[in-house]
Design a protein around this ligand. Structure first.
Ligand SMILES: Nc1nc2c(ncn2[C@@H]2O[C@H](COP(=O)(O)OP(=O)(O)O)[C@@H](O)[C@H]2O)c(=O)[nH]1
Ligand SMILES: [Mg+2]
Length: 365
């Protein structure tokens, strides 16, 4: 059992009692690995106390280093072939351990997830907004796994699932990380009733939702979902378009500025914005800046001329060919621009992936 703890002093006694009770009832030889991050409330000392009477290994880390990395350290330190991860706050019922472990022991599954969202499972009087957030977050994980509760923090796995696998300690959802990156062929869910934590408070901060989205998109990428990267690239491009228009408009309002110059300034500022976010977020570049910025600007500049060329092609050649009259055609012109922008975004994306950020892309595939 891997139990990460941070300020869980009030829960530890009951937790250990219920885990050992549940396991001994089922004839399971259990070792509990408590990974404590130097909890200010003295959870670590409490754990040492309990370790005198039970098969408990306590790992003390210097400070709050995060839930996922605590679990990964627990995996390393544990001696069993079946690993189970659970919260210390008693929201995960230890009574389910035998059902989860037996499915792995029998070979029925490589990973077993304690699930709130299959028949027989549930949550304890969660307010509507909390249910809603949980459901929406679950949808984002949908392309990664078909299970109903991919967000669950209560799961069991065969050790071989993570043999040789590098787990990224980013985010809160280490279970999802294991399911996506591990050598998993069969995931089974077991229903649990998720209780509200007994004592102490949740460490889930306000930024967790954003961190979760970041984690999920990283997982998409690890599955080489290029679409996810392209989506990020497009989102960044959208912010650039807004900035471009705002600056263009602002400069024209100030007066005295020729519109070509205004457009040029707007282009450079917006493209610089795009470069920064694509470097930091879309491609997560670890390379030195060098000429990256100029490569990026150059790609956009080429993209601009491709856009012009495509517009000419679509408006001057394709439209008359389709019998569209020039003067009644603003709808078709806008449509042409939509098509052109889409094609140019593909060009820009490809050129930046294969050229500007190619060392970063290569390293990760
Ligand atoms: N070692 C360690 N444990 C943590 C950390 N953050 C959370 N935990 C533990 O991870 C489990 C899940 O955290 P919890 O606050 O219950 O999250 P919630 O259930 O999503 O509200 C609990 O047992 C926490 O004590 C951390 O940074 N380090
Ligand atoms: Mg909890």
């Amino acid at each position: 059992m891997i139990v990460p703890t941070y300020n869980e002093r009030g829960n530890l006694d009951e937790l250990v009692r219920r885990i050992t009770g549940s396991c001994s009832g089922a004839g399971i030889d259990v070792q509990i690995v408590i990974v404590d991050d130097n909890s200010p409330d003295g959870t670590g000392g409490n754990a040492e106390q309990l370790a005198k009477a039970h098969n408990i290994k306590v790992i003390h880390r210097a400070g709050k280093l995060g839930l996922s990395s605590a679990v990964i350290e627990g995996f390393r330190a544990a001696s069993g072939d079946i690993l189970v991860v659970m919260d210390a706050d008693l929201s995960h019922p230890p009574e389910t351990i035998p059902a989860m472990v037996s499915k792995i022991a029998s070979g029925e599954a490589d990973v077993v997830v304690g699930s709130r969202y299959i028949e027989g499972g549930g949550v304890e009087n969660w307010p509507l907004h909390r249910r809603l957030i949980s459901k929406v977050a679950t949808l984002f994980a949908r392309p990664l796994t078909k299970i109903k509760d991919p967000m669950s923090g209560y799961f069991a796995l065969k050790r071989s699932v993570i043999d040789g696998v590098t787990l990224d300690p980013v985010g809160y959802k280490i279970g999802l990380e294991v399911i996506v990156k591990g050598h998993v062929s069969k995931v089974v869910e077991v229903p649990i009733h998720f209780a509200n934590r007994k004592s102490g408070k949740s460490k889930l901060g306000g930024l967790e939702m954003i961190k979760y989205l970041d984690h999920v998109t990283r997982l998409y990428e690890s599955k080489r979902f290029w679409l996810a990267k392209y989506l990020k690239f497009s989102i960044v491009g959208g912010t650039g378009a807004i900035i471009n228009l705002a600056i263009f408009w602002g400069l024209l309002e100030m007066g005295n500025i020729e519109y070509h110059i205004a457009a040029g300034i707007a282009f450079v500022v917006a493209d610089t914005n795009n470069f920064i976010w694509n470097r930091l977020w879309t491609f997560r570049s670890k390379e030195k800046l060098h000429f990256q910025y100029f490569q990026f600007l150059f790609v956009s500049f080429c993209g601009f001329w491709i856009n012009q060329g495509l517009l000419t092609l679509l408006i001057d050649y394709a439209m008359p060919g389709m019998g569209v009259l020039q003067d009644a055609a603003s709808f078709y012109k806008v449509l042409s621009q939509v098509i052109a922008i889409f094609l140019v975004s593909l060009f820009n994306f490809a050129a930046n992936s294969l050229w500007t950020f190619s060392p970063d892309v290569k390293k990760r595939t």
